[in-house]
Write a protein that binds this ligand. Structure first.
Ligand SMILES: NC(=O)c1ccc[n+]([C@@H]2O[C@H](COP(=O)([O-])OP(=O)(O)OC[C@H]3O[C@@H](n4cnc5c(N)ncnc54)[C@H](OP(=O)(O)O)[C@@H]3O)[C@@H](O)[C@H]2O)c1
Length: 259
């Protein structure tokens, strides 16, 4: 009997990850949901099993811990869970002067956004390549296209992820494994979360809905992978930025990002 195939979504307890899980389950894709909030994951797994009749597993894991990606891959092997699609989505933001933000929290950000994504990709990719099919969606950000003073680590970790992901796509072009690099601008607050009701500052390009961002990412996956910058204003911003001298960019951005 063939083993069932799963999509693994990190950061599936809320926000974009939850919407990825729902969209994948709606496509009859079994899912492994990963985050630290076990109760939320179990509730979502139950919802997806009931509404879409798919297999849904909840795995509690702190992906900001050292070697967490490798440990998670080990748990997947122990449970004989075959992963055909990896969505590296878990993440968080930090705003403030680099030197005033807690160092440990900033190192957690590097481990969560970059180390865990690299480790999971390294561990799960051989299985996909061996079968000649599979997919990886790396959820990066518009923040990765330029240095952002007062969010220096956030923009740096996302620049790393974007560069890694786009290079990997090229390496895997003939392997049957598709890689999507997703760079959203500001997302709408998750309406199902209590902090989703807070007032948020306006950003160029406006806020985007989770569903439309997920839809664009999955469309690109179906089309063979590549870079996705959801929203026309965001795409224009990235293109226009290339025309500004690199030294001037952080100065301009600092005026907008200073808390
Ligand atoms: N929000 C935006 O405007 C925006 C814009 C561009 C890109 N992005 C990127 O999109 C992705 C999703 O963002 P979002 O807005 O949906 O965030 P969110 O609503 O805050 O959700 C973040 C998810 O990541 C999980 N997570 C956080 N720390 C974790 C850890 N140490 N280990 C495992 N899971 C962890 C959270 O679950 P637990 O707390 O349960 O662990 C949660 O499921 C992130 O990579 C973010 O950088 C967001």
């Amino acid at each position: 009997m063939t083993r069932p195939d799963y999509a693994l979504v990190t950061g599936a307890s809320q926000g974009l990850g939850k919407f990825f899980a729902r969209a994948l389950a709606a496509r009859k894709q079994n899912v492994v949901l990963v985050a630290r909030s076990g109760e939320k994951l179990e509730a979502l797994a139950g919802e997806l099993r009931d509404s879409h009749k798919v297999l849904a597993e909840a795995l509690v894991c702190d992906l900001a811990a050292p070697s967490a990606g490798r440990q998670l891959a080990l748990r997947l092997r122990e449970r004989d869970l075959s992963i055909g699609l990896l969505v590296n989505n878990a993440g968080f933001g930090l705003q403030g002067e680099f030197v005033k933000l807690p160092l440990e929290r900033q190192l957690e950000m590097i481990r969560l956004h970059d180390s865990a994504a690299v480790e999971l990709t390294f561990e799960l990719l051989p299985h996909m390549v061996g079968r000649g099919r599979g997919g990886i969606i790396n959820v990066s950000s518009m923040a990765g296209f330029q240095p952002i003073p007062y969010a220096a680590l956030y923009s740096a970790t996302k620049a790393f992820l974007t560069t890694f992901s786009m290079a990997l796509r090229e390496e895997l072009r003939r392997s049957g494994v598709k890689v999507v690099t997703l760079c959203p601008g500001r997302l709408r607050a998750d309406p199902e979360e209590a902090d989703g009701q807070e007032e948020r500052s306006k950003v160029p390009g406006g806020e985007q809905g989770h569903e439309e961002v997920v839809k664009e990412a999955l469309k690109k996956l179906d089309a063979g992978g590549g870079l996705v910058i959801p929203g026309r204003v965001n795409r224009l911003t990235v293109a226009a930025q290339r025309l500004i001298p690199p030294n001037a960019v952080p100065k301009i951005v600092a005026r907008m990002s200073k808390p």
